[in-house]
Design a protein around this ligand. Sequence first.
Ligand code: COA
Length: 203
Amino acid sequence: MRAMEPFVLSSERVRLSVPTIRDVDQIAAICADPAIAEWTTVPSPYSHADAEAFVTGMVADGWARETNFTWAIREPGEADGQVLGMVGITCEGEPGVERAGELGYWAAPGARDRGLTTEAARLVVDWALDPEGLGLVRAHWSAFVGNWASRRVAWKLGFRVEGTLRRWSVQRGVRRDAWVGSLLPGDPREPVEPWPVEAGAAL
Ligand SMILES: CC(C)(COP(=O)(O)OP(=O)(O)OC[C@H]1O[C@@H](n2cnc3c(N)ncnc32)[C@H](O)[C@@H]1OP(=O)(O)O)[C@@H](O)C(=O)NCCC(=O)NCCS
């Protein structure tokens, strides 16, 4: 089994570092948000034990097995500060062999609409699609139909929406329709299609 040490990604406005046990209270509070329950597959209601299982299980195992790379989004600074959100990429296939990965994210309600998730996700996809980084050949994005905020983030990063898949993804026992899109290593990292007019009604 290979093991990758979690590392920090940073830009002017965000610092991404691995979520740890010290973040459990904050993660539990944020994931109780109704929008996170509505648009993701996290447990609902979300408990402290769920947050603990997330950091000690999925996050730690993901880094150790190089299957799933998760970062907490924080303010820039030396030390690990408040959790503003979470961003990660979940891979399929073996390292080095035409590997693809799915981008995922959520933001704390008070941190939304400041461009922080887009900036954080950009750092992650830049690393994931870089042949000198993770070397994925495709980044995949999906969101339940109607999740315009998530779609907007993917759109700003250059993801191309490739369609709507009916009953694509299971959320707490129910299959829901999803939008899917992709970003390839050579794609521009900026919008490649007009922002859909029907999104206006959702704002
Ligand atoms: C999706 C989510 C992570 C976005 O986080 P964020 O930090 O607000 O993202 P950003 O600020 O980088 O970008 C959000 C963009 O969506 C836009 N937006 C927000 N709500 C919108 C809506 N209902 N319709 C259209 N656009 C919307 C914002 O205006 C912003 O675009 P802009 O920068 O061009 O103005 C956040 O809304 C969230 O946590 N939602 C619940 C969990 C979730 O849906 N996760 C994704 C699952 S696929």
